[in-house]
Write a protein that binds this ligand. Structure first.
Ligand code: AMP
Length: 292
């Protein structure tokens, strides 16, 4: 399963991504978490990220894309992944499409968690995170049972995130509207968008998302496994709600005459591939419809 969670800051993406990751046994890739780790590390990159995050602005695309590319190449993403907080603007989305197509693992679905503005502000300013185990609470909606103590790990490490104060939260919502919300139309145009109401409790939202995945996405993902996606032979991908079969790169390699081995390739922002210093437009794989 290759899922993207899209939504405003405070929509509950992080909480839901964690739960979904546990449920389906696939990693949650949160650029916010990766950047906070880098910021805590204190290097040059971390310091740059920290300043942008403290102001509620986006960290540069170059920094974020490098991190995501490294993370997606790790073996634990082979069975799938949940992207949380990335992409945050159209250039990032285009770069992600280029990278995932190059890896032969395009996104299957974008789940857009839709929440009204008032709730977003309360969720952001009331959020408390456990520094020990990462559990997330909210002082308005879902406080821990005992004040200051994490229900999950019992430690007294509950704290507010630095960028959850009122001024930064406001700016994050402004930045979201300006840069990130256009992604709703971007994925709608690709026919990959599903909208879920993000109002209500964590469990309700999780159940809504789970139902959608089980009814709508999972059967198609299973088809990928049965059809040999990621292995040899036919790779089944989802395109606009339809199942499309395409020859996988590995199968194509077997049937095609052997070519000189390519050097490492990197996908640029524009979705073009750079091979050994040469910039070439990505070739679209030939697709054939599978007969029912
Ligand atoms: P989040 O944890 O997703 O709410 O992100 C916290 C902060 O990290 C954001 O306000 C941004 O400053 C930064 N950030 C997270 N993801 C991205 C991204 N994909 N692009 C740029 N900045 C990001």
């Amino acid at each position: 399963m290759r899922i993207l969670l899209l939504g405003a800051p405070g929509s509950g993406k992080g909480t839901q991504a964690k739960l979904l990751g546990e449920r389906y046994g696939i990693p949650q890739i949160s650029t916010g978490d990766l950047l906070r780790e880098a910021a805590a590390g204190g290097g040059k990159l971390g310091r740059r990220a920290k300043a942008a995050m403290a102001a509620g602005e986006l960290v540069s695309d170059e920094v974020v894309l490098g991190m995501v590319e490294q993370r997606l190449k790790k073996p634990d993403t082979k069975r799938g992944f949940i992207l949380d907080g990335f992409p945050r603007n159209i250039p990032q989305a285009q770069a992600l499409d280029g990278l995932l197509n190059w890896l032969g693992r395009p996104l299957q679905v974008t789940l857009y968690i839709n929440v009204n503005q008032d709730t977003l502000v309360k969720r952001l300013t009331g959020r408390i995170t456990c520094g020990g185990c990462g559990a997330i609470y909210n002082e308005f909606f879902s406080p821990p049972r005992k004040s200051g103590v994490c229900d999950a790990c019992g430690r007294r490490k509950l704290k507010k995130r630095g960028d959850d104060n009122a001024a930064t939260a406001h700016n994050r919502l402004v930045v979201y509207e300006r840069d990130t919300e256009p992604l709703v139309d971007y994925y709608k145009a690709q026919q990959k968008l599903r909208t879920v109401s993000g109002d209500g409790g964590v469990k309700d939202i999780c159940a809504r998302i789970g139902n959608l995945i089980d009814a709508d996405i999972r059967p198609l993902s299973t088809a990928v496994e049965l059809g040999g996606g990621g292995g040899d032979g036919v790779q089944t991908i989802i395109s606009g709600g339809q199942v499309v079969a395409a020859e996988s790169p590995s199968a194509a390699k077997k049937s095609a005459p052997a070519k000189k081995k390519k050097k490492t390739a990197a996908v640029s922002r524009a979705g073009t591939t750079k091979v050994a210093g040469k910039k070439t437009a990505r070739k679209k794989p030939t697709t054939t419809r599978r007969k029912k």
